[in-house]
Design a binder for this molecule. Sequence first.
Ligand code: ADP
Length: 432
Amino acid sequence: MTNTTTSPLRPPRVRQPELALWLQSRTKTVYDSWLARVHAYPPSASGRVLAPLAEADLRRIYTDLCASLETGRFAAFDESLTTITRESYRNSYRLSDLLYILIALTDQVWQASTAEFLPEQALAYMHALNSTLSSALTHVARVYNEEVQAGVAVDLERAQWRLAQLDRAKSSFISIAAHELKTPLTLIQGYSDILISDLIDPNNERAVFVAKGLAAGAKRLQQIVNDMIAVSMIDNEMLALHLQPTSLSHVVHIVVNDLKTEMTDHQVALEIAPFDPTIRPIFADPQRLYDMFTHVIGNSVKYTPDSGHIKIAARLLSPGQDEEPVIEITIADDGIGIAPEHRERIFEKFYGTTDVMRHSSGRTKFKGGGPGLGLVVAKGIVEAHGGKIWVESPGYDEVKRPGTTFHILLPMRTTSPSTHDRLRLDLNPARP
Ligand code: ADP
């Protein structure tokens, strides 16, 4: 080889065009052996048989590598590598397969050159190949990663589209089902009322029991239908609020009073800490707030085992300059708690953490999962008032009972807003 010097003081030097000529003349010892090797890949360390590239692809790599080394122009080689990498990605090759195939070529060059030359000379051939192959490896890795990223972006877009479709399907299901249930429900309620008041002999205990059961079932169904209607309105941003001066303390006390039977059944002790005296009545929809608190406090009763405690407290958060004061209401129980992976998702439609088999017709039966709409309604109502709701819990544990705390923020709006005026809280309290 003309440019090769074997002086021990100066390492031999092989230029790339020379390497190209040598590679072209050694297709048997380099290319053919590489091809055979790639096609007979042994299982990798993980036991997986590496997928060999098609022969045409390997030939293309080899030919374009030689041409690039000969001319010093690497654009065509890069282009071939780009195309092959993209196709390989689409055919589920792993990046490690591709890199291994290129490294196998280097190894083959090393084997052929050491068989033919003295070690220093063989090293010189490797040296000439080194920079080209290492940039080929980098190029393949970059193109492959670009493909992965593009694939992830497409998958993500597809998943988001599917999620949006699913959400629309859920919304229209809720709205249709609520609409369809309304008429038969009114009939059941009306007839069970007639049965109780006019038709049944009040001394016939069994008949009274059955008719009252019918009326109670219809009432529970009515609550579910109301939630479905509310969710459908929230989804369509049509939840109307009838704003009037409302005492939060008053609403909370009514809700707690209405849940008394359930609390007695569960032997749950509920304490309402005296509300911060600076909290004034706010312009709000008392009925909607009643529904919201019923869902949140009702859940505390439902997910707190017998002889548990619930504490409700309210304070005024000191506002920043030019900011509206904000009321924070906390509802803390020492019940079973919520696992971290469920904390955000419990505010989604139909999301429940309990086994479907445990679903119960009772509104507050211990752990008796409901339809999974209560917190969606609660969140929609809070947000329609310009507020925020979130949950904190150290985790789920039925024995240790780490408990759950719901936080509700409502702006202390003391002047009458216009109907379309929806408040938006800028305040972003630090959440642990
Ligand atoms: P559901 O009708 O299932 O009660 P919700 O929307 O009211 O639907 O609640 C969603 C889920 O949030 C419940 O299934 C329950 O797993 C969880 N959850 C809500 N409140 C509590 C709480 N205080 N303690 C523990 N888990 C709760």
